[in-house]
Every structure is written in structure tokens, then in C-alpha cells.
Design a protein around this ligand. Sequence first.
Ligand code: SAM
Length: 290
Amino acid sequence: MTILIEKHKSLERGDTEPGLYIVATPIGNLGDITLRALQILHKSDLVACEDTRVTRRLLSHYNIKVPTTSYNDHNAKKVIPRIIKLLQSGKIVALVSDAGTPLISDPGYRLVLAAISKNIPITAAPGPVAAVAALTIAGLPTDKFLFIGFLPTKKGAKKNYLKEIKNIQATLVFYESSQRLIETLYDMTEYLGNRSAAVMREITKKFEETKRGSLKELADQFSEEGAPRGEIVIIVSSLEPIKMSDQEIDVLITKELVNNTLRDSVNIVAQSSGRARREVYKRALIISKK
Ligand code: SAM
């Protein structure tokens, strides 16, 4: 296997080397763009955008006058050869999407593959991603998370997918349209179980809103209020450990006490049983004195 090593000179001096740049743009608030992204866009010979009208608004806000072209999943086959030709002649091409980071539930993957196959340097200019912004404010564990993006829209496929991911031990991150939100929250309650969750709407925008609660509480609240407007991320907590009964934890404690100290046994059992440490400690004390 050939390992390709790409060398990039520092961009701090204002240099932008030829190649393909994957540039993240704001998910709402136009201020959320990096200085480096602006610098790359300024220097680009071509900006490939999902929707040229959307990107033109961003470019004109920052007074950037560069040619744009539409790049999406429908025209990729036709547009990629043109972009690759430009890149091979030493030009700078930036890829942006309507919002956030290209390739994240957005077009770009095929262009990146084509550039790799032609040995063209590819550089990321990172920035906003709705999924990550939502995770940081949801109030649910962020140590391990799985980005799911959009669920299948057909009822049967959606149900099967939710059942498939049910046992994954990670916080789950979904994108969803506002019209489907209520139905999806009820489906999640049914197939994932009634877990802790958060719904983030219109992040960084004027009507930004976060609601936290169990999946069922959120579903009921939104159905009472009516479907909200705008863009939505749903964060769902990991599979919550099933709480073991007193009898079940007594068995575990007895087993752990054979090889461990009281303290270690309590910690191990509290973690695996979903029971509070002080409850486990109380029972462990009784067992250890028998
Ligand atoms: N590439 C984008 C990113 O980096 O997050 C995602 C593009 S995907 C086509 C659009 C979906 O992202 C929306 O339907 C919504 O679920 C989510 N999204 C984008 N912007 C958002 C925002 N400001 N607030 C909440 N969700 C947002």
C-alpha cells in the first residue's frame, strides 16, 4: 500500500498552496467562520458550493469576489472532472456546503475520493458542525458518541434501524427535519426505550432553543405545542444500565469480595448494576460481616 504524505506550508503567512480545501462555513450566525476559511476563500480560483445562491450570500457578506460553481450529489459525475482538471493545473479549489462542514450529511465525498486518486493535496479548514455544537450544550455524556445523521424516512426502515442501534453504548446524535420531529421522538421512545434526550433547534440563530427531558416527555411537549420550525439536532443518551434488584447485586458483591477489597467490590458492582454506590456499600457491609 502506498502511503501518501502531503506537505502543507504554514498558512499563517497568508500562503495558500494549490489544492483542494474542504472549508467549513457557519450553521447560522455568519460570525462563525474562521479567519483561515476566509483567507482560503479569498485565494480560491473556484468555490464549489452546494447551492451557489446560499454561498454567494456568505461570500458577499465578507466581500469575497471569486467564481463559484454548483457541486452536489446530482451533478457530481459531470462537475468532478472539471474540478480535477483545474486542480491538476495548480489551481486552488474550495469546497463548501450550504452550512457547516462539507461531507457531514452533505456532498463532497466523491470529490475527495477523486482528488485522492489523482494525488492532489487535500486540506481541511475545520469549523462548525451542528452535531458537535448540539453535543456541547445537550447536557449528556460526550466521552463516546455516535453520529447517526438522518434516519431513514420510511416507517419500516426507520424502525429496523432504531432496533439495530439500540444496544450501542454511546450517546447518539441525529439530524431531523422539523416536520418529522414528533413522530421520530415517539418512534425513538418505542424502539430505543424512554431515555434522556435533548432537542436543539436553530443553533446560533435568532430562535435558538434547547429542550431537555426524556424522549416521551419531549414528544408529548412538542405535540402539545405543535411541530417547531427550523433545523434540529436530537441527542439521545446511551443505553442506560438496567437497575439490578437487591438480590442480584448481593450475588455480584459476594463474588467480587472473594478477590477484592470492600471498596473495590463496591465500585465494580455500582458501575455494572446501575445502582447508587451508597446502596451497594450498605449491602456490601452486611455481606462482608456475615
Ligand atoms: N454539514 C452540516 C453540518 O456540518 O452540521 C449538516 C448539513 S445537513 C444537510 C442539515 C441538517 O443539519 C439539518 O437538517 C439539521 O438537522 C442540522 N443543522 C444544521 N444547522 C443547524 C442549526 N443551526 N441548528 C440545528 N440543527 C442544524
